[in-house]
Design a protein around this ligand. Sequence first.
Ligand code: ARG
Ligand code: ASP
Length: 720
Amino acid sequence: MKRFASLLIVFLLTFRVAYPVEGMWLPLLLEQLNEPEMKSMGMRISAEDIYSINKSSLKDAILLFGRGCTAEIISDEGLILTNHHCGYGQIQRHSSLENDYLTTGFWAMDRSQELPNPGLSVTLLVRMEDVTRRALEGVTPDMSEKAREEKIRANIAGIEKEAVEGTHYNARVRPFYYGNEYYLFVTETYNDVRLVGAPPSNIGKFGGDTDNWMWPRHTGDFSLFRIYVNKNNEPADYSPDNVPYRPKSHLPISLKGAEKGDFTFVFGYPGTTQEYLPSFAVEMITAHENPPAIRLRGKRLDIFDNYMNQSDLVRIQYSAKHAGVANYWKKMIGENRGIKRLDAISKKQQLEQGFMQWASATPERSARYGRIIPEFETIYNRLTELSVDETYLIEGALGIEAMRFAYAFGRLAGAAKDKSKDGAETEKIIAQLKQAAEGFFKNYHAPLDQRVFAAMMQDWFAHQETVRMPAGLVKASIPYGTNYDRWASDAFSRSIFANEAATMDLLNGFKSRHARHIENDPLYLLARDVYQHYFEHLQPEMEKLYARRDSLQRIYMLGLMEYQPNRRFYPDANSTLRVSYGQVDDYYPRDAVHYRHYTTLEGIIEKEDPEIYDYVIEPRLKELYRQRDYGRYAAPDGTMRIAFIASNHTTGGNSGSPVLNADGHLIGVNFDRNWEGTMSDLMYDPDQCRNISLDIRYCLFIIDKMAGAGHLVQEMTIIE
Ligand code: ARG
Ligand code: ASP
């Protein structure tokens, strides 16, 4: 009997139940909220090792990269690691037909070859702090929403100013739980960030948009950069005299890999989630906004593909644009399927019913929460109509590149006609527009855009009532009937702004009287109409509805917390530093189908197709495969592991985030989610939601064995 009992205990201890943990948690609160659970899941370090302001901790190695990704410091000489798709814009900007780094890859063989990237910066978190009490000082329940906002804004300004006085830091206070809590973030930004290495696209983007958002995945999605600073190790603008940054902390790298059930966590900058929306909002997004957006993007992508397949120049010009459009196109498709499969809307409705019942139980609750759900319904009914209109403007009209570009010239026409302004103002605008034009035309192909114009207009007129469209645009279409190709060809041949030479002529010889050339330009006129329609007919009403909705959402959030006192609420992602944790885990995407938790190089060989751009294999990689020459980067079973999945709750912005093991060692780089799980921004499903990470061993193998850039691996701290 006794033996049986002790056996049972051993069994219970070794057979850890795998429980995925939903949520993206604040590093500051880990110790209080999550540490026990993280440890019970296998974590061997402490919350303080992850985030501390008293000693160096992992947080000192985590960066916000550019505007929307994460990166991590992996050497004591400021070497940083992120995704290939995060560094894509930079790699593309350094690429030309002669030096096509997108295709061939790029490796700096010494420091002098590392390439500066004007405009790119990375940001470190110095500290964060709960400032709810001060932010809400003087706020009373009976205040109008506007007065409340003003009060909070003034409070926040004071907190931010005080936080950085006498330093070169930046401070921002951000709302959490829809304005029920406020946190201060003090940060330090580095502006001299140089490109160090990137694999060729047939590794870094292997599988391309075809495999994007999918598991099984075989993408070597990484790139390397380095932070440079002045001689005092402080942030500085680019200078040839700058030196590599010496960080407080960098991530050690483990070659031990991860197997099913192993604890992992992701430390990074998730962008946006909306987990606490009412059912009406989820319905608006999935049933009304996503479908036209998906359709319009699909049409643009077909046109992109067509032209990109015909010309290498267009392929380079449009690669980043294509990736951007394709990414959210596919995400929305997955999200809609996931929401349907989860039956998320009825789940939300059930919750709302329970909430209303609970609210009606006492007069106090009913006064505070009783009207929320019906009011949400009224607001979202109207908001849905307006946001469909807005979707057509953004995804349709502004999908036409020349329209967006032409609109910027309105300022020039305005300044030229304004007698009160002197010529200096006009000159300034001209200089700015010249710069914009240079950037625009470098990556612009007018015949492609003209096709997009015809397709967008055709779709818009086919699906929307004309009373809901910009009046001037509808009028302009009349002479063409349904011949959208003819309209497009007329507009593009007569417009200045789809033509580089004409645009430059206008700017170079600009005189005030030329304002009318802008104001009579067909694409400019259409663009002005589109924007005016937005500013006059949509925006004012939407802002009012948003304000009302936001205040309802704030009270609803509070109500939910009261209604479900035992539920652990995490704040929605808002591009602040978070920790997600879970376990390496497989899943069952559909009836009878099982997906293992890792992929191998064999899978790349399986996918090979020399006819399809996304599935061409790098010859050198094939060579290494033939020889099975993986060195110390092989898994214990002799395979080369490419990617793995785990149940960490992540979202856009988490790309490039380090995936760490129980010891806080780097084992992977997060780069995506599985398609079945993309609805996790609206509702998380532990059975289906997985984050996809590059196995760090494949990354090092590529750097070392394939690219021959072993000097970079030498810089890192490797744990074998
Ligand atoms: N889906 C990933 C994320 O949202 C990767 C996107 C880049 N890759 C691509 N093929 N477009 O960012
Ligand atoms: N691929 C996304 C990113 O770039 C990550 C995700 O949405 O899961 O941040």
